[in-house]
Design a binder for this molecule. Structure first.
Ligand SMILES: *Cc1c(COP(=O)(O)O)cnc(C)c1O
Length: 448
């Protein structure tokens, strides 16, 4: 038990020079835990010997682990542009700078500069959305999931909402249409079958309890083969004829046409708006390419009702969100969609990606084996399920290392790659031009 006597006393230990610049309170609590752990390990005979420096180093390491930021930058080399696990859409640094000016000063968030009295926070994006989409009015909440909930709760509490069985989807585990509906107080009226729903199914479902015909974007799956679904344009018509609300949870909500014929299956939001829908909602950070938000556009009297729902207060967005969203929507309005990183990546041509891949290849091929290949990647984020777009990737091999060993080594340096056919791929569709040098340094660091 001689070792126990060598354990330092906490009060004295924390005055060590090594801790001089650090938080005394945090060092004291970590030191207590660490010394206790040493005591236990000595009693369990897990430690035969130690020095004071061993304990100091353990304490310093724990201090660093606790105080370093958990949320960090990574490089997305998976090719998936709208990667929910990696933060979805990137925000243009210029938009962020403009938002920074607003957020780090007092601002007119809820103040009318014209009238010198209380204003409304949602006003800041309404005129831009009106000009851009032709909507009558709009409101923004925390994300699209809350937009769906708010709409159902406002218009369909204890009333029926008609939805096709082919659209009762689950998105990302915690968002399931039937469950969101029951929590909101709405009664689900399922129509059609998994693979086929017809216009007459909607017509036949409408009765005095019907509040709304709802369409949900399938987002993360597609039904192939013997299928039919009713387009939103047709649902709008039926709803108008029967004087009920039509609502489309558009999910990703691409504002403008997509490249590679991706939107053959679905018109853009601007095109839908020409049919004067009652309500339509979509995410701010999927194909719109902005911040996390849920955007609701539609008829003025309906948006007014939503604004009266107490729930809106719980789901309201912050000034930072509104500032960035306004900036991005203005880019759309001015036709400057190259300022939206998500769209820029989506439109980048394969030749450019190939040049970047070759640049990286030349800078690392002295240490690993690599090859530029043409392949395909998914856009992700529940945008266009099963639709792939052309891309360029660099394969990476090192000695006899298995792909998942290389993946892990790179991941430790915050470089996230994709494995395809047992091969490591660095996919240039989701890589920013300025990151190529960083990737080169990471690879040289890992394999040297
Ligand atoms: C992604 C998605 C949602 C959830 O949107 P968030 O902005 O992630 O809350 C809801 N409905 C559909 C159809 C979606 O694709």
């Amino acid at each position: 038990m001689g070792l126990l006597k060598n354990l330092p006393k906490v009060d004295k230990f924390v005055n060590n020079k090594a801790f001089e610049e650090l938080s005394k309170q945090l060092i004291t609590s970590i030191s207590k835990d660490t010394i206790n752990q040493y005591r236990q390990d000595i009693l369990d005979e897990k430690i035969q010997d130690f020095t004071q420096d061993d304990i100091i180093n353990d304490v310093l390491k724990k201090y660093q682990d606790i105080t370093k930021p958990s949320l960090q930058k990574v490089i997305n080399a998976t090719g998936i542009i709208v990667h929910t696990n990696l933060g979805r859409s990137l925000i243009n640094p210029d938009s962020f700078d403009r938002a920074k000016k607003v957020a780090t000063s007092y601002n007119n968030l809820e103040y009318s500069l014209q009238e010198g009295k209380r204003g409304e926070r949602y006003e800041h994006i309404v005129s831009t959305l009106q000009a851009l989409t032709g909507c009558e009015d709009a409101v923004v909440v925390n994300n699209n999931a809350s937009a769906v909930f708010l709409i159902l709760n406002t218009f369909a509490k204890n009333k029926e909402v008609v939805v096709s069985r082919g659209e009762l989807v689950e998105i990302g585990g915690s968002f399931r249409v039937p469950e969101v509906m029951s929590q909101s107080g709405a009664k689900l009226k399922e129509i059609g079958t998994t693979n086929k729903t017809h216009l007459r199914d909607y017509e036949n479902a409408i009765d005095e309890d019907t509040s709304m015909l709802m369409k949900v974007h399938k987002s993360n799956y597609s039904i192939e083969g013997f299928t039919s679904e009713v387009s939103y344009e047709e649902i709008i018509k039926v709803a108008q004829e029967h004087d009920v609300i039509d609502y489309y949870d558009m999910g990703s909500g691409h504002m403008i046409d997509l490249p590679y014929n991706l939107d053959l299956s679905e018109p853009s939001l601007i095109k839908y708006m020409k049919h004067k829908p009652s309500l339509l909602s979509f995410s701010g950070d999927k194909l719109l390419g902005s911040v996390q938000a849920g955007i609701i556009v539609g008829k003025k009297e309906l948006i007014a009702k939503i604004k009266k729902n107490q729930l809106l207060r719980m789901l309201r967005v912050d000034k930072i969100t509104l500032a960035i969203l306004e900036d991005n929507l203005t880019s759309y309005l001015k036709g400057q969609t190259q300022d939206i990183p998500t769209l820029k990546m989506l439109h980048e041509d394969v030749k450019t990606l190939e040049q970047r891949a070759n640049t990286l290849k030349q800078s690392i091929e002295d240490i690993c084996k690599c090859e530029v290949i043409k392949t395909q990647s998914l856009i992700g984020g529940g945008t266009t399920p099963n639709k792939k777009i052309p891309t360029i990737a660099l394969t990476l091999e090192y000695k006899d290392y298995k792909a998942n060993k290389i993946e892990k080594l790179l991941r430790k340096q915050n470089l996230i790659i994709r494995i395809e056919n047992e091969k490591v791929l660095i996919d240039f569709r989701s890589i920013q031009e300025h990151e190529i040098k960083e990737i080169q340094e990471i690879i040289r660091g890992v394999f040297n």
